[in-house]
Design a protein around this ligand. Structure first.
Ligand code: 7GP
Length: 853
C-alpha cells in the first residue's frame, strides 16, 4: 500500500500521531508550531487574531486526520452515502464547536492560558461562516452535525460564496443598511482548498435530441467554467466520524486569453475569467425578493439577449444553481464509477436530498449524465433518478403556490439548452401517465404540468422535484399536512399518500445547549449524573423529578440570571440603552418578514407602554418589568424603522424605563443567537397560522429553559404536545380560520378591536415621532386587506401577554415550568430527525470508524 519504504512510512505515521495527543503540552507545541511556521510570527508579535488562527489551524490538523481516516474507511467499505444538497449552510463559528466535538476544549483552554491568552477572547476573533439566510441554512448545519455524530456517511454540497449574508447596520433613522460580509478576508482555517480537483462546467451552447424521443442527446459548445472544491470537515461529537461539506467556487477556465493578451488587450483577456468568478461572488439575500423579481420579469418584453433584458440577478442565480448541482453530481458519479457497479445500482450507494427546490436541476442533470453520457435507456434512467432523490419543502403552505420557485423557459433554454429538452421530455411522459390515470381531464393536466403557460412559459421547479423524488417531506406535522392539502393535492392523488411524509425539524443540542449554555449543561450533567443526554436528548426527562425541588430551582434560576446578565452587558455595550437586570426578557429574533409578524409584537409593546403610562407610579411597580428584544435581518430595501422609533420614545421616557425597554440588536447571526437564546425568559413565534413551515428557534429557546408565546403554527404545535399546553402561551386564530377571515377583510366586513385603535391613535398623535415610518404597516392592516390578520389576532395576543405577566409573578411555578420545558424537549433533537430521514427516506446505516482505521 505504501510507496517506497513501508517501515519509514509506518514510523512517520506513528510519530505524527503523537501530534494528536490531547495533553496540554502537545496542544501548546502544536499552537507554537503554527505560530512559528504557518503564520511566520515570533511570540512577542502574537495578537489575539494570530493566536486564534494558530489554535484553529492546530484543531484543523486534528480534524483532517480524522477526516482522512473516515473518507478512506467509507471508500474501502463501499458504504452508501447521503448527499445533502443545500444552497445554504449557516455554520456560525467553528472553533469552539470543533474543540467540544473533539473533546479537547480543556487542554486548549489551559494551554492558551499558559501562553498568555484567554480562550473566550481568542474565540471572539473568529468570523461567523454566514453562508445562509435563516432557518433553512441553519437546519442544514444542524443536520450535518447530527449526521457525523450518528456515524452516517454524508457529504454536504454547497457554494463557497465570497460574500455571505450581508452585515446589518442600523443608521440614525433606525433603518437597516446592508454592508458586505467579506468573511474570507482573513484566511479561513476551516477549509481545505482542492485546487487540483476542479470540475469543468458547461453553460449555453447547442443541444440535440436523440433519434427517438428517449434516445441520447448531445450538448456542445458554449462556455466552460471551472468549479473548484474547498472542503470543510465536520466532526461528530465523541466519535471518529468526520464528514465533509464540499463548497464550490467558480473560476474562469483559462486565466486569460493568450491571443488578446499578446495583442495588448489585457482587460479583455481577463474579463471572461472574471465573469465566471462572479457566479459564486455573493449569497442571494432572500427568496421573497427574488420571486418578486420574477413577477416583474414576466411582464418585460423578451429578446434573445437575456443578460441585458433579463434581470441579471435572476440569470446569475440560475447559473449558481446549475454550477453547484453539476459539480456535485460530477463528484458523486465519479465516486460511483470507481465501484464498477451497473448504473441501476446507483441508488444503493447514493441518497441525494434536495433541500428545497434550489437544487432541482440535479434531476435533469442526472438524466443527462445517464442517458447522454452513460447510454442508459431513458426509462431505466428515470427509475434510477426517482430512487435516488428526496425533496424537502420549507415554505409555509398557506403562502400558497406563488411562493414556489419557477424559472422562465427562455432563460433555461439560453443557459441550459439540453436540460430544457430533457425537462420537456420528462413532462411529456409524465403527462401521458396522468392522462392514463385521469382521462379527459385537461384542467388537471394544466395544473400538474411542469410548464406553466404564459408569457414567458415558466418551469415549476417544485413539480419537477415532486415527480423526480421517491419521497417528499414537510418540516412539521401541520406543514406536511398542508403540503399535501394545499400545495400538491393532485400529486397525492396521482402517486398516493406514501410518497408524502413528515419529518419534523430538529436542532443539535451540541451547539444549542452544550456549547451556548455551558452552565446549564453542567447543571444538567450534574443532576443526571451523566453526559449521555448530549447524545440522547430524551435523557433530559430525568430532570422532571427536580422540577419542584427548591434547591434545584434556585440553581436553575441563578444560571438564567447569569445568562440574562451577560445579554444585558452585551446590550449596554452595543447600544445606549440601560436595562433593568430583573426584567422579564421577551425576545423575537428571526428574519424580518410580514408573515412572522414582528409588527404584532411592536404594536403590543406600544399597547403595554400606553397601559403603563395610565398607571400611578406605585401601581407600575406591581407590573412585571419587561425588556423587549428584537433582532433579525430584513430583505434589502424593507425597513423596520418603526421598531426603532418605538424603542427611542420608550427608552427615553424616565417614568417608564424601569418597567419597559425595547432594543433592536443589529446584525443577528448564529453567534448572537448563542448569547440571546440562553438569556430569554419568553420568546415570540407568532406567525399567522399556516405560514411558518416549522420554526427551529422555538426549539432552541425551549431547550434553554425559555417559555414560548405563539400561534398554533409550525412546530409550536408539536412542542406544546411534548412539553404540555400549560407551558406554552398560545393565542390567535387557527389555520382553518384563515381563509374565512381573509375573505371578511376583502369584503370590508372585518372588525378592528379597540385596543388596536388605541395604539393607532397614539401613533398618529406623533408619540413615536413622525408617523411616516408606520404608514406602510398601518396601510397593510387598514388600507390593504390585513393579509396576515394582525387585527384578528391582536386582542388574544394581548390576553396571552397578560397571562405571561401573571405567571411570571409566581417565580417558583415559572421556574418549574421552565424545567419541565427543557426536560421534555428530547424529541426535537436533530439526531432524531436525521435518524428518521435515514430510515424512512435515505435507507442508510451508520458506519462506525474503528479505532484502528
Ligand atoms: C424556513 C422556514 O421558514 C422555517 O419555518 C423552517 O423552520 C426552516 O425553513 C427549516 O425548515 N425556510 C427558509 O429558511 C427558506 O429560505 C425558502 O425557505 C425556500
Amino acid at each position: 500500500i505504501f510507496p517506497g519504504d513501508a517501515k519509514a512510512w509506518k514510523a512517520a505515521i506513528a510519530k505524527n500521531a503523537e501530534t494528536l495527543k490531547k495533553d496540554v503540552e502537545t496542544v501548546e507545541a502544536q499552537i507554537s508550531h503554527h505560530v512559528h511556521t504557518t503564520l511566520a510570527r515570533a511570540p512577542f508579535n502574537v495578537d489575539e487574531l494570530t493566536m486564534y488562527q494558530a489554535a484553529a489551524l492546530s484543531v484543523r490538523d486534528r480534524l483532517i486526520a480524522r477526516w482522512n481516516e473516515t473518507q478512506t474507511f467509507h471508500t474501502q467499505q463501499r458504504v452508501k452515502r447521503v448527499y445533502y444538497l443545500s444552497l445554504e449552510f449557516l455554520m456560525g463559528r467553528q472553533f469552539d464547536n470543533a474543540m467540544l466535538n473533539l473533546g479537547v476544549k480543556k487542554p486548549y483552554n489551559d494551554g492558551l492560558k499558559q501562553l498568555g491568552f484567554n480562550l473566550e477572547d481568542v474565540s471572539d476573533s473568529e468570523r461567523d461562516m454566514g453562508l445562509g439566510n435563516g432557518g433553512l441554512g441553519r437546519l442544514a448545519a444542524c443536520y450535518l452535525d447530527s449526521l457525523a455524530t450518528l456515524d452516517i456517511p454524508a457529504f454536504g454540497y454547497t457554494l463557497r460564496y465570497q460574500q455571505g449574508i450581508f452585515r446589518q447596520i442600523i443608521n440614525s433613522n433606525g433603518e437597516q443598511v446592508e454592508v458586505p460580509d467579506p468573511w474570507l478576508e482573513n484566511t479561513n482555517p476551516w477549509e481545505i482548498p482542492r485546487l487540483d480537483a476542479a470540475v469543468e462546467i458547461r453553460l449555453h451552447g447547442e443541444a440535440t435530441r436523440g433519434d427517438n424521443a428517449k434516445g441520447a442527446g448531445t450538448w456542445t459548445g458554449g462556455l466552460e467554467v471551472l468549479a473548484v472544491p474547498y472542503d470543510i470537515p465536520v466532526p461528530g461529537f465523541g466519535t471518529k466520524t468526520t464528514n465533509n461539506i464540499r463548497t464550490w467556487s467558480a473560476r474562469g477556465k483559462v486565466s486569460f486569453d493568450l491571443a488578446k493578451f499578446n495583442a495588448g488587450d489585457y482587460e479583455a483577456a481577463v474579463r471572461e475569467a472574471e465573469e465566471a468568478e462572479t457566479i459564486t461572488r455573493v449569497l442571494y439575500p432572500n427568496e421573497a425578493s427574488l420571486r418578486h423579481a420574477t413577477y416583474i420579469l414576466v411582464q418585460v418584453e423578451l429578446t434573445h439577449d437575456f443578460e441585458q433584458n433579463f434581470d441579471k440577478g435572476k440569470a446569475l442565480r440560475l447559473k449558481q444553481q446549475y454550477l453547484w448541482v453539476a459539480a456535485s453530481l460530477h463528484d458523486i458519479c465519479r465516486r460511483f464509477r470507481k465501484l464498477r457497479e451497473p448504473w441501476t445500482a446507483f441508488p444503493d450507494y447514493n441518497a441525494i436530498q434536495l433541500n428545497d427546490t434550489h437544487p432541482t436541476l440535479a434531476i435533469p442533470e442526472l438524466m443527462r449524465i445517464l442517458v447522454d453520457e452513460e447510454g442508459q435507456p431513458w426509462d431505466e434512467a428515470w427509475d434510477i433518478v426517482r430512487r435516488t432523490f428526496g425533496y424537502t419543502n420549507h415554505t409555509g403552505a398557506a403562502l400558497m403556490t406563488e411562493a414556489l420557485e419557477r424559472w422562465a423557459v427562455p432563460l433555461i433554454e439560453w443557459l441550459l439548452p439540453r436540460h430544457m429538452q430533457i425537462i420537456y421530455d420528462i413532462n411529456a411522459f409524465f403527462l401521458e401517465e396522468v392522462e392514463k390515470k385521469f382521462p379527459n381531464d385537461r384542467a388537471r393536466l394544466a395544473r400538474m404540468s411542469l410548464i406553466e403557460e404564459g408569457y414567458p412559459k415558466m418551469v415549476r421547479m417544485a413539480h419537477l422535484a415532486v415527480i423526480g423524488s421517491h419521497r417528499v417531506n414537510g418540516v412539521a406535522a401541520l406543514h406536511s399536512r398542508l403540503v399535501k392539502q394545499d400545495l400538491f393535492p393532485d400529486f397525492v392523488e396521482m402517486f398516493g399518500q406514501d410518497r408524502f411524509t413528515n419529518v419534523t425539524n430538529g436542532i443539535t443540542a451540541r451547539r444549542w445547549l452544550y456549547q451556548c449554555n455551558p452552565q446549564l449543561a453542567a447543571l444538567i450533567t450534574q443532576a443526571l449524573g451523566t453526559e449521555e443526554w448530549i447524545l440522547d436528548l430524551d435523557k433530559l426527562k430525568g430532570l422532571e423529578k427536580y422540577a419542584r425541588d427548591k434547591k434545584f430551582q434556585k440553581e436553575w434560576a441563578s444560571i438564567k440570571q447569569a445568562n440574562r446578565d451577560r445579554l444585558c452587558e452585551y446590550i449596554e455595550s452595543t447600544t445606549d440603552v440601560k436595562v433593568n437586570r430583573k426584567a422579564l426578557i421577551d425576545v423575537q429574533v428571526k428574519r424580518i418578514h410580514e408573515y412572522k409578524r414582528q409588527s404584532l409584537n411592536i404594536l403590543g409593546v406600544i399597547f403595554r407602554y400606553l397601559t403603563l403610562k395610565k398607571l400611578k407610579p406605585e401601581e407600575r411597580k406591581r407590573v412585571v418589568p419587561r425588556l423587549s428584544v428584537f433582532g433579525g435581518k430584513a430583505a434589502p430595501g424593507y425597513y423596520m424603522a418603526n421598531i426603532n422609533a418605538v424603542s427611542k420614545t420608550i427608552n427615553a421616557d424616565k417614568d417608564i424605563r424601569e418597567h419597559l425597554s425595547v432594543v433592536f440588536l443589529a446584525d443577528y447571526s448564529v453567534s448572537l443567537a448563542e448569547i440571546i437564546i440562553p438569556a430569554s425568559d419568553l420568546s415570540e413565534h407568532i406567525s399567522t397560522a399556516g405560514t411558518e413551515a416549522s420554526g427551529t428557534s422555538n426549539m432552541k429557546f425551549a431547550l434553554n429553559s425559555g417559555l414560548l408565546i405563539g400561534t398554533l403554527d409550525g412546530a409550536n404545535i408539536e412542542i406544546a404536545e411534548a412539553i404540555g399546553d400549560e407551558n406554552v402561551f398560545f393565542f390567535g386564530n387557527v389555520t382553518e380560520d384563515v381563509p374565512r377571515l381573509r375573505r371578511a377583510h376583502q369584503a370590508g366586513e372585518a372588525q378592528y378591536p379597540p385596543e388596536l385603535m388605541e395604539v393607532v391613535d397614539a401613533i398618529r398623535s406623533g408619540m413615536f415621532g413622525d408617523g411616516g415610518v408606520f404608514e406602510p404597516l398601518l396601510n397593510t392592516i387598514f388600507g390593504g386587506k390585513d393579509y396576515y390578520l394582525i387585527s384578528d389576532d391582536f386582542t388574544s395576543y394581548l390576553e396571552a401577554q397578560r397571562m405571561v405577566d401573571v405567571a411570571f409573578v409566581d417565580q417558583s411555578s415559572w421556574v418549574e415550568k421552565t424545567i419541565h420545558t427543557t426536560a421534555r424537549m428530547g424529541r426535537f433533537a436533530s439526531d432524531r430527525a436525521v435518524m428518521q430521514y435515514a430510515d424512512e427516506i435515505w435507507n442508510v446505516e451508520p458506519v462506525k470508524i474503528p479505532d484502528s482505521a
